[in-house]
Design a protein around this ligand. Structure first.
Ligand code: ARG
Length: 572
C-alpha cells in the first residue's frame, strides 16, 4: 500500500536535492527484521554509483529531506545507507478505518483499468473424466482470474475445451464398432467409464494392427466433412462432457467461465490461416504435402500446421484461437494455464503467431506449472488409471469432516464446513507452492490446522470472527488517535499490504506470493490474539482499536482467501 507512495516521495526529494540526476532503478522492500522499519529502500546505494559519493552521506541527505513527510513517524539511515521508514500511527488509523469502510471491496485496485486479459484454464477433453492433472490448471487459473478482477482488469475466462482432433476418429471407430447406441442405459449410467474403456481398447488394437489407424482417420475425416452419423455421436459426447465440466467446475468452486470455445469452434478459420501463412512465406509445403513453419533458426524445430495426410493440427487450432481472441477481444494479455510439457508447443505457437501479425495488440503468455503427484504415484496419466477429480474431492471432504468433528464436535453445519476445508486444503497446498515446482501432495501436510496450510488460515479467520461475535461491540467507524504497541503496529502495516501482495502475484502469475503473505499475516494474528485481550482490555480506546484490528485482519484474510478461491467460514 505504501510502496508506490514511498517511491514517489523518493523521486521528488532526489530531484530537489540533486537536480537533474537520474535515479537508477531502486527497490522499496519490506525488511525481514521489523526493527528496520516497515519499509526500506536502497535508493541511496544505487545513487551513490552515479553521484560518486558515499551512500551514507546521500542517505542522510535524503532522510533529512523526507523527515517532514507526514506519513512517517521516522525516516532513518541505517547500515551502509539504507533508508528505513516507519509508518505514522495516525496514518495507520486512517487506513484501517478505510479497510473497514470498504468491506467487500477491500483489496480492489485500478491497476488494470481499461485493460483486457484472457485467462484460459481447466481445459478438459471431451469424452474423458477430469482427473487430478486438471486440478492445478483450474486452481491456479481461477485464482489468477480472481486477482485480475480485483485489480480492475476486464477479465475473460475460457476453457478451450478439447473437442477436436484425430483422437475423435479413434473414439468414433471404437464406438461404432461396439454396436452401442447413445441412448443405451449402460452408457448413460457411466458414459466416461465406457468411453475411456473403448478408447483404450481401440488404441491397443491400432498398435497391434496399424491398418486400423487408417480407418480411424477416415472416421475423423467424415466428422470433419459433417457426416451425419459421426456428428450425432460426437455431439452427444460433447453434451455429456460439457454437463460434467459444469458440474466439476461448481464442485471446485470456480468462478463462472465467460466462454467455452472448443477447439472445434476454430475449424472454419483454419484454411484461411494456412493460406495466409503460405502467402506470407511464414510456412511452406513440403514434398509429402505437409505444411510447416521452419523455426529451426530460433531453436524451435518445425511447427506443423497441416500433416502430410491433410489433417489439421493442434498447433493450427491454437493459431486460430489467438486470431479469434485478438479480433474479438483485443486483449492486452492472453494467458494459458497449461503444464510444462507443452512449453515447446506454446513457443512455436507464439512465434508463428507473431510472424503472422496476430499479436499486434498484446502479449500471449504460457503460464506453465509442474506436476502434482500423490506419494503413491503420478496423478496424471494417459493409461487409464488416472485418479478422478471427484474421488479426490470426496476424500478431501471425508478427511476434513473427521478433523472438524474431533476439534469442534458442537459446530453447526459441519458438513458444509468440511467441503470448504477439504477443498481449501487442496487448493492452498497447490497455490502456496511455486507453480513451476513439482509437488507431492500429502493429506497430513495439507489438512493440518497448523503451519502453512489452508485450514490454518481458515481457522485463524474463524477465530477472529468468534472474537468479534463474542465482543458484541458496534463496529467502530473511524479510528481516531491510536497508540499501537510493536506487534499491533506490525499487524497493522501487514494487513494494509494486501493490494501489494495481489499486485506482486499478478506480475509474475504467482499466487504463492499472496498465499505466503496471508500465512505471515495469520501467524501475526495468532501471536496477537494469544497475547492481547480484546474485551478484557480495561482501556476503552485500546479495546476499540484491538476490536477494529481483529475486524480488519479478518476482512483481509477473507479477501485474500477469496483470491485463492478458498472459502472462509465464520465458524469451524
Ligand atoms: N486439451 C489440451 C490437452 O489436453 C490442453 C489445451 C491447452 N490449451 C491450448 N490453448 N492449447 O493437452
Amino acid at each position: 500500500m505504501m510502496r508506490k507512495e514511498i517511491s514517489k516521495l523518493l523521486l521528488g526529494v532526489v530531484r530537489k536535492a540533486y537536480g537533474g540526476v537520474k535515479l537508477p532503478p531502486f527497490i522499496v522492500e519490506v525488511p525481514e527484521n521489523p526493527e528496520h522499519g516497515d519499509y526500506s529502500t536502497n535508493a541511496a546505494l544505487v545513487l551513490s554509483q552515479v553521484l560518486k559519493k558515499s551512500p551514507h552521506e546521500i542517505g542522510t541527505v535524503l532522510a533529512g529531506a523526507l523527515r517532514g513527510a507526514k506519513d512517517f513517524s521516522s525516516v532513518a539511515v541505517a547500515g551502509p545507507g539504507f533508508i528505513n521508514f516507519t509508518v505514522a500511527d495516525d496514518v495507520l488509523a486512517k487506513k484501517i478505518s478505510d479497510v473497514l469502510k470498504k468491506g467487500k471491496t477491500w483489496g480492489n485496485t485500478r491497476a488494470g483499468k481499461g485493460k483486457k486479459v484472457i485467462v484460459e484454464y481447466f481445459q478438459l477433453n471431451i469424452a474423458k473424466r477430469p482427473h487430478i492433472g486438471h486440478l492445478r490448471s483450474a486452481v491456479i487459473g481461477d485464482s489468477l482470474k480472481r486477482m485480475f478482477l480485483l485489480a480492475g482488469y476486464h477479465t475473460i475466462s475460457d476453457t478451450h475445451v478439447g473437442d477436436w482432433g484425430t483422437q475423435f476418429g479413434i473414439l468414433l471407430l471404437a464406438f461404432k464398432g461396439s454396436g452401442m447406441k447413445t441412448s443405451d442405459a449402460t452408457l448413460r449410467a457411466d458414459p466416461f467409464g465406457v468411453l475411456e474403456g473403448l478408447y483404450i481398447k481401440e488404441n491397443e488394437r491400432i498398435t497391434a494392427d496399424p491398418n486400423r489407424r487408417e480407418l480411424a482417420k477416415l472416421e475423423f475425416a467424415k466428422l470433419e466433412r459433417g457426416g451425419k452419423e459421426n456428428r450425432k455421436i460426437w455431439k452427444w459426447m460433447v453434451d455429456v462432457s460439457m454437463e460434467n465440466l459444469e458440474a466439476s467446475s461448481r464442485r471446485l468452486g470456480l468462478l463462472k467461465f465467460n466462454e467455452h470455445m472448443g477447439e472445434s469452434a476454430y475449424e472454419k478459420a483454419m484454411p484461411g490461416i494456412v493460406k495466409m501463412a503460405l502467402e506470407k512465406h511464414v510456412a511452406k509445403q513440403l514434398s509429402d504435402g505437409a505444411i510447416i513453419a521452419d523455426l529451426s533458426g530460433e531453436g524451435l524445430d518445425e511447427a506443423v500446421l497441416v500433416k502430410s495426410d491433410g489433417a489439421t493440427t493442434y498447433l493450427l487450432r491454437d493459431l486460430a484461437t489467438i486470431l479469434y481472441r485478438k479480433n474479438r477481444h483485443a486483449f492486452q494479455k492472453n494467458i494459458y494455464l497449461v503444464d510444462v510439457r507443452q512449453s515447446h508447443h506454446f513457443r512455436q505457437v507464439f512465434s508463428v503467431a507473431k510472424k503472422l501479425g496476430f499479436d499486434g495488440v498484446g502479449e500471449s503468455v504460457h503460464v506453465e506449472f509442474g506436476f502434482m503427484s500423490l506419494p503413491e504415484g503420478n496423478m496424471s496419466t494417459r493409461k487409464g488409471n488416472a485418479i478422478s477429480l471427484v474421488a479426490v474431492l470426496g476424500e478431501a471432504h471425508e478427511k476434513a469432516l473427521a478433523v472438524i468433528r474431533e476439534k469442534n464436535p458442537n459446530v453447526k453445519h459441519a458438513d458444509d464446513i468440511a467441503w470448504s476445508v477439504g477443498l481449501g486444503a487442496i487448493k492452498y497446498f497447490d497455490l502456496s507452492h511455486n507453480r513451476r515446482s513439482d509437488i507431492v501432495f500429502r493429506w497430513e501436510d495439507a489438512l493440518s490446522f497448523e503451519g502453512n496450510t489452508g485450514p490454518y488460515l481458515q481457522y485463524t479467520h474463524a477465530r477472529l470472527k468468534s472474537i468479534l461475535r463474542k465482543a458484541k461491540m458496534k463496529k467502530p467507524k473511524i479510528l481516531k488517535s491510536i497508540s499501537p504497541d510493536a506487534l499491533e503496529h506490525r499487524i497493522s502495516v501487514m494487513l494494509l499490504r494486501l493490494p501489494e501482495a495481489i499486485g506482486a502475484s499478478l506480475e509474475t502469475y504467482s499466487p504463492n506470493i499472496l498465499a505466503n503473505y496471508l500465512s505471515a499475516l495469520a501467524h501475526l494474528a495468532n501471536e496477537f490474539y494469544h497475547s492481547h485481550p480484546v474485551m478484557q482490555e480495561a482501556d476503552a480506546a485500546k479495546r476499540a482499536f484491538r476490536f477494529a484490528l481483529v475486524d480488519a485482519v479478518a476482512a483481509t484474510l477473507e479477501r485474500g482467501l477469496w483470491c485463492l478461491g478458498i472459502d472462509a467460514p465464520d465458524e469451524m
